[in-house]
Design a protein around this ligand. Structure first.
Ligand code: ADP
Ligand code: CIR
Length: 356
């Protein structure tokens, strides 16, 4: 059972959310008094409480979602809060639904979404993985971070061909190199206030780093939001090539590292928005006419289940008219379908832009 000090903080947090009438997060929407009272004294076997789940959304009232899972058990123990948020975010994935088995489908059926190179600047597909036997960020110790980094970097060093690369730890990386990698969209940013408030940045930069091949088309982020983020990206709109590279990388890495998978929720991740396939397929795209009004762009994108982000990713603005548009839902559909959802939607947006 959670101790008195935690429950006191939770009560204060709940009051703060209640008073925040402008707050549009899913946390605010689904943390009713009834759910709060049911969950406020619960504790996972690793000692995580409802406070670990909601503190990011309480501190950051501008969160879109506002919750994270401190460990795998949190998804079950705090299900009365996670389930409705999962259903809302992943567009109808109900408590009784089961995420389908992993299926990359016919990877040769994806196309270049912009063969003339008029709209799409670059294409990226990423997925997240959590290592079996380790909890998520708030419950990890410094030595676990280092142990995981050692396991992942030594495993990646056995990759060959196009996937062959080098692991660069954040510890010891110069600020200039780090900033250049961030500016070029290859590396995660530092000091994300949503992750910090979730206690996800402890011992930073210990155990964090990036692996990539020479031309930076295949990258793995280590111990940022998730244990692993596996990324394939390149300039232009050749989604087929980007996805084929990602699937071969994931298949190779899965042969070497056991990952946490849940019968109903699919691959487990720290944030509930990433569960299931964990796939976010995106393009960096310029749609000057459609994007003359960002609200309008978001409305049209929403019709195709697409999410609009700024140029530097989530919670950023568009720079030079460049938007990051990706599939929004990742659960209740296969990896193939998630990527197809992005492809179909982007083809439609380009068609609309051409007709304007
Ligand atoms: P994710 O959760 O997918 O890692 P973020 O929104 O934090 O997403 O973005 C991470 C980085 O990836 C950012 O620098 C962002 O600009 C970059 N990025 C996302 N999509 C693309 C793309 N299609 N082309 C180039 N960079 C991209
Ligand atoms: C929010 O609620 O806005 C942040 N906690 C991010 C939520 C979704 N994004 C993500 O998983 N990267």
């Amino acid at each position: 059972m959670a101790d008195a000090a935690v429950i006191e903080k939770l009560e204060a947090g709940f009051k703060k959310l209640e008073a925040a009438t402008d707050c549009k997060s899913l946390l605010k929407k689904y943390l009713t008094k009834e759910v709060f009272d049911k969950l406020k004294d619960k504790k996972t076997s690793l000692g995580a409480t409802l406070l670990d789940v909601i503190q990011s959304g309480v501190e950051n009232l501008d969160s879109g979602v506002g919750i994270y899972a401190p460990d795998a058990e949190a998804y079950t123990l705090f299900a009365p809060l996670f389930d409705p948020i999962i259903e809302d975010y992943h567009v109808g994935f109900k408590q009784t639904d089961k995420h389908p088995n992993k299926d990359f489908g016919d990877v040769n059926s994806f196309v270049n979404v912009d063969p003339e190179g008029k709209f799409v600047i670059s294409t990226r597909v990423r997925c997240g993985r959590s290592m079996q036997g380790y909890p998520f960020n708030p419950c990890l110790t410094e030595s676990q971070y280092k142990e995981m980094e050692a396991k992942v970097s030594s495993t990646l060093s056995s990759l060959e061909g196009e996937l062959k690369g080098t692991y660069y730890p954040l510890t010891g990386m110069s600020k200039e190199v780090q900033q250049k990698l961030i500016d070029d969209h290859f590396l995660f940013k530092e000091g994300d206030r949503f992750l910090q408030a979730a206690n996800a940045c402890r011992y930073w930069p210990a155990g964090r780093g990036i692996y990539h091949n020479d031309n930076k088309t295949f990258l793995v982020w280590v111990n940022e939001e998730d244990h692993l983020r596996i990324i394939s990206m390149q300039m232009g709109g050749d989604l087929g090539q980007v996805f084929r590279r990602l699937t071969s990388a994931v298949n190779e890495i899965e042969k070497r590292i056991p990952f946490s998978h849940h019968d109903r929720l699919g691959f487990l991740t720290f944030c509930p928005t990433n569960l299931g396939t964990t796939v976010r397929a995106s393009v960096h795209i310029k749609l000057p006419k459609l994007a003359a009004n960002r609200e309008k762009l978001e409305e049209v994108a929403g019709k195709y289940n697409l999410q609009v982000r700024g140029t530097r990713g989530e919670h950023t603005e568009a720079e030079g008219g460049i938007y990051d548009i990706s599939n929004k839902r990742r659960m209740g559909l296969t990896e193939f379908q998630a990527v197809k959802e992005m492809q179909d939607g982007i083809l439609e947006l380009i068609k609309i832009e051409k007709e304007m």
